[in-house]
Each structure stands twice: as structure tokens, then as C-alpha cells.
Design a binder for this molecule. Structure first.
Ligand code: SF4
Length: 292
């Protein structure tokens, strides 16, 4: 890359570490969704599980840096055999959110999660992903038989007294309309969520999704003049970092991009980050954040 091209890449400043993410189950998942931006699957070992002891080290460091909340994702977090112990420890320090596909949420686990939530001074939020309001719309994306199993997990959470956030990507085009969203709410109410909460996520053309839906066009990249009032504070990388088993990365989206790794400890990652990847364009134009 020429010096001129490098000069055209804007950089985002980490203004504060508000949110710390953990790629707690690495890229291992019990599903292999066709739109997964990190290409998680039962066989993808690009990133391995994080151990409780490794998580504890990062929790302590983050608390010293003034972190406000913690998020856990994967892959499927509950494949990690230490996930519940990790959550117990985290909830001693701050609010926690788990992004799950819902398949491992049996009645016993949901009851334990509710107890954990009730014992903590901090909130525990579960986020369950689904991509359609019936098997015909969801299963081609998330896998044969997954719709029924996801709704079973959602129902188990509701029965335990937890109200998860349900996330749907724009791959499910119906969520763009009020009528489509109302249809989702109806399905969720039928499965025990009296006051359903829905988060709609944009599509990032990376990982498995780039094979399903195609790559970015060449013009879809950020330039310095795209900054809002000269700043990038609206991007989640201005206030968060992502811990994996192989160090600390800039954000939950770029964990398979070699340039996404910023260091071994959080302290190594407090500097600016160049917004060179085309996924950064999606964050900017969609106002996207992986937070709830
Ligand atoms: S993909 Fe989004 S969150 Fe990640 S570095 Fe780019 S702008 Fe920031």
C-alpha cells in the first residue's frame, strides 16, 4: 500500500473502555449459519474456548481500566464447559450479556441463570438469535430443525422468568416492515414472552455471509471526510475491545482479519485503530453496534 493510500485511511480513537467482549467459545458452534460473520461451525477452531482463569485475568484488568459492562459471544457460548462459572464471576463485577443461539437452554440451565441473575447486583441479559418466524424462513439460514429448538430455548427462558432480547438479521427481509416485526412479536408472545424485545442487525459481508450474499463493492470503504464532526465516536470500536484465546482484538466483527488483533493484554490495545476494513463501512452507514 502506498503512503498516499495509507494517509487516506481514517483512524478511530478509543475514548474509553466501556464494553469488554469475550469470544468465549471461540469460533466453535453447534450450528453453521450461512450468514455467520465469523464463520463459526462445529469444526472451526480458528479461535478456541476461553478458560475461566484466562477470563478472570482480563476481567481484573478491565475493571482497573474502568469498564462498565461485559458481553459474551462465540460460536455458541454455552458449548464452553466453564461458561456458567465465568458468568458467576463476571456478575460479581458488572452487568453481563450472553449472545446465544438458544439450543443449549434447557430448563435446568435457565433456572440456574435466573438464580444467578437474582443473586447479582448487576443485570444478566440473554440474547437469542433467530432468522425467521417459521421453520421455512429460519432453517435455510440457521440449519435444519433449528427453528423449533430455538423457540424451545426461548420458551424455557420465559418459563424461568427471564426475558431475552431476540436478534434477527436483515437476511430476514420481512423485519424491515412494521407488519413483519409484528409477526415476530406474535410468535414470541405465543412462546411465553409477554413483552418481546427485538434487535435487528445489519448484514456484514464477511465470513460465511460473503459466500452467501456476496462481497463488498470496492467503493464501500471509509474515508476521513466520512467522520461525523471530525470524530468516530459513534463506532463501537471507540469504546470497546474483544478478548479471544489468542489475545485482544479491536471488535467482535474483525476477529478473523489478521489486522484486527491489537495485542496480548487490554493495555496493549488502548491506541487508535485504522478503519481500513470494508466492514467498517457497514458500522458507519448502518449505525451498527453489536451491543444490545
Ligand atoms: S468493523 Fe466496525 S467495530 Fe470493527 S473496527 Fe471497523 S468500524 Fe470499528
Amino acid at each position: 500500500m502506498s503512503n498516499l493510500q495509507q494517509a487516506e485511511i481514517p483512524a478511530v480513537e478509543l475514548r474509553s473502555l466501556d464494553t469488554l467482549w469475550f469470544q468465549v467459545s471461540g469460533t466453535l458452534c453447534n450450528l453453521a449459519c450461512s450468514h455467520c460473520l465469523v464463520s463459526a461451525s462445529p469444526t472451526n477452531r480458528t479461535h478456541e474456548h476461553l478458560s475461566l482463569s484466562k477470563v478472570e485475568g482480563y476481567l481484573d484488568e478491565a475493571v482497573r481500566l474502568g469498564v462498565r459492562e461485559f458481553y459474551f459471544t462465540g460460536g455458541e457460548p454455552f458449548l464452553n464447559p466453564e461458561m456458567e462459572a465465568i458468568l458467576e464471576r463476571t456478575l460479581e463485577l458488572g452487568p453481563a450479556t450472553v449472545l446465544t443461539n438458544g439450543l443449549l437452554l434447557n430448563t435446568e440451565r435457565c433456572a440456574r441463570l435466573k438464580q444467578m441473575s437474582d443473586r447479582s447486583d448487576y443485570s444478566l441479559d440473554l440474547r437469542v438469535s433467530i432468522d425467521g418466524y417459521d421453520s421455512a424462513s429460519n432453517d435455510p439460514i440457521r440449519g435444519e430443525g433449528s427453528f423449533v429448538r430455538i423457540l424451545k430455548g426461548i420458551g424455557n427462558l420465559a418459563a424461568a422468568g427471564l426475558n431475552p432480547v431476540i436478534t434477527v438479521t436483515e437476511v430476514c427481509s420481512e423485519v424491515a416492515s412494521a407488519k413483519g416485526r409484528e409477526r415476530f412479536f406474535e410468535v414470541l408472545r405465543e412462546h411465553g414472552l409477554e413483552k418481546p424485545r427485538l434487535k435487528i442487525l445489519p448484514v456484514f459481508k464477511i465470513g460465511a455471509e460473503s459466500e452467501r450474499g456476496g462481497d463488498y463493492a470496492d467503493w464501500q470503504r471509509l474515508k476521513p471526510e466520512d467522520a461525523l464532526d471530525g470524530r468516530w465516536d459513534h463506532l463501537q470500536c471507540s469504546s470497546s475491545r474483544m478478548v479471544t484465546a489468542s489475545g485482544v482484538w479491536v471488535c467482535p466483527i474483525l476477529i478473523n482479519v489478521p489486522g484486527g488483533r491489537m495485542g496480548e493484554r487490554i493495555a496493549d490495545t488502548l491506541g487508535d485503530y485504522p478503519l481500513a476494513h470494508q466492514a467498517c463501512w457497514t458500522c458507519h452507514v448502518e449505525g451498527a453496534t453489536c451491543r444490545t
